[in-house]
Write a protein that binds this ligand. Structure first.
Ligand SMILES: Cc1cc2nc3c(=O)[nH]c(=O)nc-3n(C[C@H](O)[C@H](O)[C@H](O)COP(=O)(O)O)c2cc1C
Length: 339
């Protein structure tokens, strides 16, 4: 089973960082469906250092472990300071984001754009590793390069070698370039070559990301690329059942692995997710936030367009409950598109 330093996962998959989605509510729902580990969305170092809302959002629920706190920043001293804050808050792993494709702000490279500045990226990785107490593993999330040029590939490997030399415990590699953003396929053969190249590296795990839409895709990626675990991203938004299906594949239960969620199961999750979100953000913000989840959840409903339209109009818990009462009471067969 995959290891991240002294942490061992009991299944070869986890929930990815997903900005705007993977808050504590989404993570807790995922865990209740068998997700063994989760990464936060990328947190800007400034938001943690300045305190206030950013720091409040980073507080952890006791049930939300093991968890990686993911950091994004441009300056070694600042990101190191934020890393110490996350360590003090009880994060089990500190993850550095070298993957986010959002353009740099005021000429400050961060996220995936640091892949074109290997010296700066390595200074950041070094500062974070030094700032975090030894027993807490550090990991990194990176794309396979900024673009398809030979220089971008060279930069990737310069950084990747430094990740290993600095004692990072694992790297999650998204098989798209920064230029690609989310378009086109994730290049799984790149992941295959990577795991071959670093096969004999002790105490270091390679995880894969990109194009995981079903539970079966997790095991396909492992088989095709040799990664030790798979990061599930867009495929689990509005689909926590993917994790239960992946557990079913692990125990050879073909029936459960291909079973779409019943309307009763969907209703229970829709209610649970809203309640967790409201506890976290307050009812008003949760209502706005849950609309986009509702659209994703509606794909499992036999009448996805009607339910999506109803979720979009939600302004309160009462509205949410009204949608559930209108569409999620009769146990009609769920849409097969969910598997
Ligand atoms: C809306 C959205 C937000 C994302 N936010 C983050 C993030 O905060 N941190 C991160 O490491 N990756 C983030 N990602 C990238 C995903 O974790 C993942 O690497 C990518 O979506 C590829 O996987 P997929 O094709 O299976 O979705 C984000 C992706 C999307 C679509």
């Amino acid at each position: 089973m995959p290891a991240i330093g002294n942490l061992t996962l009991d299944a070869p998959f986890f929930q990815a960082g997903l900005a705007g989605y993977s808050d504590a509510a989404m993570r807790l729902v995922a865990r209740r469906h068998g997700c063994p580990y989760a990464v936060t969305e990328a947190m800007l170092d400034h938001f943690l250092i300045n305190g206030g809302k950013g720091l409040r959002a980073a507080q952890l629920d006791d049930a939300d472990h093991p968890i990686a706190g993911q950091l994004m920043g441009s300056h070694p001293t600042e990101i190191a300071q934020a890393a110490r804050i996350l360590a003090d808050l009880g994060y089990d792993v500190i993850d550095v984001n070298l993957a986010c494709p959002v353009k740099k702000i005021r000429k400050r490279s961060r996220g995936g754009h640091l892949l074109q500045a290997p010296d700066q990226a390595i200074d950041i990785l070094k500062a974070v590793r030094h700032a975090v107490p030894d027993p807490i593993p550090c990991t990194v999330k990176l794309r396979r390069g900024t673009d398809d040029s030979p220089q971008a590939t060279k930069n990737f490997f310069t950084i990747f070698d430094a990740v290993i030399d600095l004692g990072y415990a694992a790297a999650t590699v998204h098989g798209r370039t920064v230029d690609q953003k989310y378009l086109g396929p994730s290049r799984w053969p790149f992941l295959r070559d990577l795991t071959n190249r670093y096969r004999d590296t002790p105490d270091f795990s390679i995880f894969g990301s990109g194009d995981i839409w079903t539970a079966a895709d997790i095991f396909k990626m492992i088989q095709h690329t040799g990664v030790q675990a798979v990061s599930v991203a867009r495929g689990c938004i509005g689909n926590p059942w993917l994790f239960a299906q992946a557990r079913a594949i692990m125990r050879g239960d073909h029936h459960a692995a291909t079973q779409p969620p019943s309307i009763t199961q969907q209703r229970a999750v829709l209610l649970e997710h809203f309640e967790l979100s409201a506890a976290l953000h307050g009812q008003r913000s949760a209502s706005m936030m849950m609309r986009k989840f509702g659209i994703k959840f509606s794909r499992h409903h036999p009448r996805p367009d009607d339910t999506a339209k109803a979720f979009i109009a939600v302004k309160s818990l009462d509205d949410w409950l009204a949608v559930l009462d209108q569409y999620y009471t009769a146990d009609e067969p769920a849409s097969p598109c969910s598997v």
